[in-house]
Design a protein around this ligand. Sequence first.
Ligand SMILES: Cc1cc2nc3c(=O)[nH]c(=O)nc-3n(C[C@H](O)[C@H](O)[C@H](O)COP(=O)(O)O)c2cc1C
Length: 233
Amino acid sequence: MLNTEKESVFSESPRLLDRVPYRRTRTPERPIAASREFYELMNERRTIREFSSKAVDLQVIQNCLKTAGTAPSGAHRQPWSFCVITDPGKKKEIREAAEKEEKSFYAERAPEEMLAALEPLGTDESKPFLEVAPCLIAIFAKSHEVQANGLKQVNYYSAKSVGIATGMLICALHNAGLSTLTHTPSPMNFLSDLLERPSHEKPFLLLVVGYPKEGVTVPELYRKPLEEIASFY
Ligand SMILES: Cc1cc2nc3c(=O)[nH]c(=O)nc-3n(C[C@H](O)[C@H](O)[C@H](O)COP(=O)(O)O)c2cc1C
C-alpha cells in the first residue's frame, strides 16, 4: 500500500473552517471540591499485574474509547487506532508473541540499569495477564494517513497526541471501575502482524484491562508531592 503513496502538503483537511459557538453544559458549581474529588479518584489508580477473568462490559469499553477519542491532537488529525481484543485465541497468540520478545529482552537486551529499576515491580518475561485479563487494547499511532485517492497526509505530533489519548483512556477506564496495566513489550511489532494493521500504524502501547484478582497486591509507591512536580510563576 505504501508504495503507491505520494506526499501531499495540500491534501484535504478535515472540516475545521466552519465555526460554532463553544458550549459546555457541565460546569462544576464547586470547582475546588470537584478538582479535589477527581484527584482523589485518580490517586486510587494503580497498575495491577494480576487480573481476574471476570468479563468486562463492551459498552463500558466503548464509552471509554469514545472518551479517548475526545483528546486534543496535533492539527486535529486524531492519529490513533484502538484495537480491542477479547477473543481468547487472539489473546493467547499475543501472550505467546509477547513472552517470546520479553524473554530475549530480559535475557539479552535489557540494560542492567533498567533491570535494576524493574526489580521492585517484580516484572519478568512471564505475561499470564495477557491471557487471563478479559480485554486487551492495543493502541497504534499513525504517523500519517493514507487517503482514498492514495495520497499520504502527514500527521503532526502523533506520539504526543496518542499519549494524551491513552492517558484519557486510562482515566476513563479507572472512572468506570476497571483496572489497567500499561504494557510495553519490547519490541511490539508482533502486534501489527497479529492484528493485521496497515503499515502506517505503529504499535504504541498494549493496555491490559479488567478487574483485579482477589487479594492482589501492588508495590507501595511514593508519588512526588506537588512542590516537586510543579513550579508556579
Ligand atoms: C509508558 C509506560 C510503560 C510501562 N510498561 C510496563 C510494562 O511493560 N510492564 C509493567 O508491568 N508495567 C509497565 N508500566 C507500569 C509502570 O511500572 C507503573 O505505571 C509504575 O510503576 C507506577 O505505578 P502505578 O501505575 O501503580 O502508579 C508502564 C507504564 C508506562 C507509563
